[in-house]
Design a protein around this ligand. Structure first.
Ligand SMILES: [Zn+2]
Length: 384
């Protein structure tokens, strides 16, 4: 019953994490507006930090001087870092003057500095930052990019995957890292909306032997719909024993839909950014009464099992109830929605903390509901 991929755990040095997992983006070394204890109290098992941003500021050497990312940010649970390929891609896509890509790697100009990111450098810096889970450097694309760009991206992503793996093994070999203490390395599957290219990329990376894989590239089409067929195809190509991470997927409806396809790891800055900007997440209905399953639709409008609360909405002014009866966070155990609304419109910094705690509790509860057997059971199951 269910998809066997849904139970593949994430095995890290010294700890095995139960799937599914949502990794909040602690882009610059922490979740904005929260300290490490707040994040722990939201039930977060693993964070995703960004090697690209941290290499720019405060710099890998500075992080090392402060004892590594975990020591620096007092984060005592597992940590993943991504290579920065996506950020470099976004900068270059926005404006070609920001940089370029060739077979050696990515070159970009940011804040007046010219930086080169090669597969080898991506591994060196992620290991120096002290991540438990690293991602290979890949060349990101959008599904609408020309076929020749998709071809180049897959060719480079395969070659860069090989170079990342070689650098990773060389450094760990030199350091004589024991098998138990070895960080894990994920390859990233590219290929845009082209099924044969996705297959080629996935099969080549599988042969190289990674610990798991990420679905790379922009996961939405130009209408904002999830690339469901492509996501499903990649999941079918990668054996169920490997964890598969949907990179950058964070909208609750999208997570539910890709989880249904067999993806068990997700990361995004969306839930925490939404919280800060006044969009809170909450479940609807009572336990077991919902009609819709979490993966019945990828469209936001068709997902009635959750809803958004907007802090700009004046209706919340006199609301003495918590934002969500399902939330076990400080935000809802101690405070009313009316008070949160007041803090938001007053621009009180404590709003950002409470709201971020709220959305992270929602994401934690979403993972719990997704992992329950009745949800995995398939049709007609509900998230309520
Ligand atoms: Zn709450």
């Amino acid at each position: 019953m269910g998809n066997p991929a849904l139970t593949a755990p994430l095995v890290l040095p010294g700890v095995t994490l139960k799937a599914p997992l949502f990794l909040p983006d602690g882009t610059r070394g922490g979740v904005r507006a929260l300290d490490a204890m707040d994040v722990e109290n939201c039930g977060v098992q693993i964070l995703m930090m960004n090697a690209f941003h941290l290499a720019q500021r405060p710099g890998v050497r500075v992080v090392q001087a402060l004892g590594g990312l975990k020591q620096m940010s007092s984060w005592r649970r597992p940590l993943a870092t991504d290579s920065g390929g996506f950020q470099a891609y976004s900068l270059i896509r926005e404006n070609a003057k920001n940089g370029s890509v060739d077979d050696r790697g990515l070159t970009f100009r940011n804040e007046g500095k010219k930086t080169q990111l090669t597969p080898e450098k991506a591994i060196v810096s992620q290991l120096r930052l002290g991540a438990d889970l690293l991602f290979c450097l890949d060349q990101c694309t959008h599904v609408d990019d020309a076929p020749s760009i998709q071809e180049d991206s897959v060719r480079r992503t395969i070659d860069w995957g090989r170079r990342c793996k070689e650098e990773f093994e060389t450094i760990l070999g030199q350091k004589r890292t024991s098998p138990e203490a070895r960080p894990r390395l994920f390859g990233v599957v590219q290929g845009g909306g082209n099924l044969p290219l996705r297959t080629r990329c996935a099969e080549a990376l599988l042969e190289m032997g990674f610990d798991g894989f990420g679905f790379g590239g922009w996961p939405l089409d130009s209408d904002g719909a999830l690339l469901t067929d492509i996501l499903a195809h990649v999941r079918e190509t990668i054996p169920a024993s490997y964890p598969l991470h949907a990179l950058g997927v964070g909208h609750p409806a999208s997570i539910a839909a890709v989880h249904r396809l067999g993806y068990t790891m997700f990361d995004s800055a969306l839930p925490t950014r939404d919280a800060r900007h006044g969009r809170l997440y909450t479940f609807t209905g009572e336990q077991g009464t919902g009609e819709k399953g979490p993966g019945d639709s990828t469209r936001e409008s068709d997902n009635s099992w959750f809803r958004f609360l907007y802090m700009t909405d004046k209706r919340h002014l006199r609301d003495a109830e918590p934002a969500s009866p399902f939330c076990r966070g400080l935000c809802c155990e101690r405070y009313s929605l009316g008070y949160l609304h007041h803090l938001f419109v007053s621009k009180d910094p404590s709003y950002q903390r409470l709201a971020t705690i709220h959305n992270l509790h929602f994401m934690n509860e979403l993972m719990r509901r997704l992992s329950s057997p009745e949800i995995q059971g398939g049709e007609g199951s509900a998230l309520q």
